[in-house]
Design a protein. Sequence first.
Length: 394
Amino acid sequence: MKKMILWAMSLIISLSVFTFTIPNARAALQVVDKTSLLAYWNLDEGTGNISKEQTGVLAGRNLSVKGTSKWVTGKNGKAFYFDGSTVLAMDGAKAIKTDNLTVVLWAKIDDFPTSDTGANLLVVNSDLSALDKGAFDFGFFGKGLYAYVVNNFSGGTGDRVNHGVDISSQIKGKWQHFAVVYNQDEGQEYAKLFLNGNEIKSSKLTSILGLQIKLGYPKTASYKKCDLNFGGYTDTAGKVIRAIKGAMDDIAVYGRALSISEIKLLAAGVRPDQTASSSSSSVAVSSKVSSSQGNLSSKVSSVVNSKSSSLNESISNSESASSLNNSDVSEILSASVSISESEQQSTASQISNNSDTSSEPDKSNNSIVPLIIILLLAVVAVGGIIIYLIRRKK
């Protein structure tokens, strides 16, 4: 009977933890819908002077190194390093034009080189002659995050979202996730800045409504061709100014306004090109989850079995119920919950880093509190049985 009670206790805790872990693993496996992903550069080449655009939406949107080519370890795989006098450039003939816009990227900023205007730019069109009617730039102003879409450059009109806070000490030397969203949809009409998945500034759009936002300019009767630059701005003489010094990774441009939850997923490590799982990857995920849960059950069983000897002796010697309840049962509960939490994190992290999965929204977090209650009630119930049997033996 005593062994059956111990086995039942182990089983209940294991099943509770199993149910508790799976939803969290699934939550970590969400991906961002690739609808309107207009360009994505993973910067994983690690060598050479070209970074390939990954979506293939429009051929020729590769990035070319203008300056010194330097590749470093990135946030994911490899990354390109900007030395303050080098940019990556997309041919302006392949310009990106969109009504709504989201730009996301990882960057590790080492320094903000001296700038003639106080701006250090992550993304910008390459020539002032093109900065009119929808031209876009995104970076730092006064070492605070900002973005700007021009209406009339000579007239000084446009819509700017400016955090206005020097964040250099907070971000220097560490990988950070940066995002900007421009939404012209009726009733929305905002520009928002995000740092590591958190919204830090929002502004109302008033000046650019109805304009297409332009990243790069093709040659027209009014403008010469201007490339889209990453890492700094090149003046008419080709000199790099308003630059950053540091590395960039996983740059993506969407032709829609991503939701806050989508930006949080990207900031949590989901890559823009991750897709819903194929049947083969689903098997791999199932195998990894099953393996992790098997390990978890073994750990919980080990905790319970480690108390078997002392518990058997306690029952045989008719020790007090309060002593058993306060030590053995509590320790089993504490250890199992501790294992649960660590295994959840480990499982979610491993699967998120190595597998693709469904893009269906996850609703399981709503069930966490009831599961905790179930776990506690299960342990209390088994503890009650043990106490009852001790008293009965007396």
